[in-house]
Design a protein around this ligand. Structure first.
Ligand code: BGC
Length: 346
């Protein structure tokens, strides 16, 4: 597999050093007697409430695992106990709102929310503001108007435009190296189908637009056969691809997918139909996605740095919980946005 990294900021090392420094300060305070007045330095535990839009989403699960690792490492390095309370909202905003209420009732220091409905974040924000609990949103972006309601709101994600441009670049590079890989019938045009994520998700719209635009800008000849929404899901993508393979036999040369799970669904359908030679590109670099690239089933993916992603969420949350200045540990755009690095894997 080849990798080409974009974006370079990794908060991990810097913030880890600070955690250690924090632990040293705590240790000194415990031994000495002169610094008992600061609440910040006396705190020896924190409670973080995490609500995921769905627990069965592959990418979100990758982030969850990394978040749990961050919490464990932080505990080991600082001696500060982290209570990480992770809930799944099962695609229901009402359920998520109740989880937020429960977290606040449990005295969580900070909330990390992956909104079910990004346009309905205001209800979460109302509750958080009333309870004075900062919120780190991630992956599903609340509208700007909501993000501007309070200076204790943060958002961590991957730039959707950058993912799409890199995805387009995978195809451009492959085409330049060997046009026949993509234009298998040799008619001078790459015939593609497109698998899109949820229509309400900012990533779907932006990824679709910019991966196609990148191909056009590079002068790669393309022709869209059809496309459909498979809501990020492998099984839905597989069903759509099965239908398209039957409807357009010997025509499809490329499947552009808004994420890896849908790319894997397309590959499932191709395998079931006994079809080979169609190139598939994804986005995410999930564990199964990377495996598919390695085995040659997927032409390439754009892999986000899940460790840096989770580390950013955790660093903001831990700093908020400990009353520390977030800006000292992580560079945020407009004081509230963080985009994690990503790279091409092919
Ligand atoms: C990811 C998808 C995921 C979705 C969930 C997207 O950014 O690429 O894999 O299903 O977020 O919100």
């Amino acid at each position: 597999m080849r990798r080409g990294r974009i974006g370079g900021y990794r908060p991990a090392a810097a913030s880890r050093r600070r955690w250690i420094l924090g632990a040293v300060i705590l240790g000194i305070c415990a031994i000495g007697s002169g610094c008992g007045s600061s609440e910040e330095t006396e705190k020896d535990s924190m409670r973080i409430g995490v609500s995921l839009y769905r627990g069965d989403d592959t990418f979100i699960n990758n982030i969850r695992q990394e978040l749990e690792t961050c919490a464990k490492e932080y505990e080991q390095e600082t001696g500060i106990k982290v209570h990480l309370d992770v809930e799944e909202a099962k695609g229901n905003q009402y359920t998520q709102n109740n989880q937020v209420e429960r977290f606040i009732a449990l005295d969580c220091d900070v909330l990390c929310i992956n909104p079910v409905d990004r346009t309905a974040a205001s209800a979460v924000i109302d509750k958080a503001m009333a309870g004075n609990v900062p919120v780190v949103f991630f992956n599903r972006q609340p509208v700007e108007e909501d993000m501007n309601r309070w200076d204790e709101l943060y958002y961590v994600a991957v730039s959707a435009k950058e993912s799409a441009v890199l995805q387009g670049q995978i195809v451009v590079d492959s085409y330049r190296e060997d046009p026949s890989l993509l234009d298998s019938d040799g008619d001078g045009v790459i015939s593609y189908v497109l698998l899109e994520g949820e229509s309400s998700h900012q990533d779907s719209l932006i990824r679709t637009e910019w991966s196609i635009q990148t191909l056009k800008d590079a002068g790669v000849p393309i022709e869209r056969i059809t496309g459909g929404i498979a809501n990020w899901e492998r099984s839905q993508a597989s069903a759509l691809m099965e239908q398209w393979l039957a409807q357009y036999p010997d025509t499809i040369e490329l499947v552009i997918c808004n994420n890896d799970d849908m790319a894997l669904g397309a590959i499932d359908a191709m395998e079931r139909a006994g079809v080979s030679g169609i190139q598939v590109v994804g986005i995410d670099g999930t564990t199964p996605g990377l495996r598919a690239v390695e085995s040659g089933k997927m032409m390439g993916t754009v892999s986000s740095d899940k460790e840096a992603y989770a580390q950013a969420i955790f660093t903001i949350a831990a700093d908020k919980a400990m009353g520390k200045d977030v800006a000292e540990d992580i560079e945020l755009e407009n004081g509230k946005y963080y985009n994690c690095p990503q790279e091409i894997v092919r």
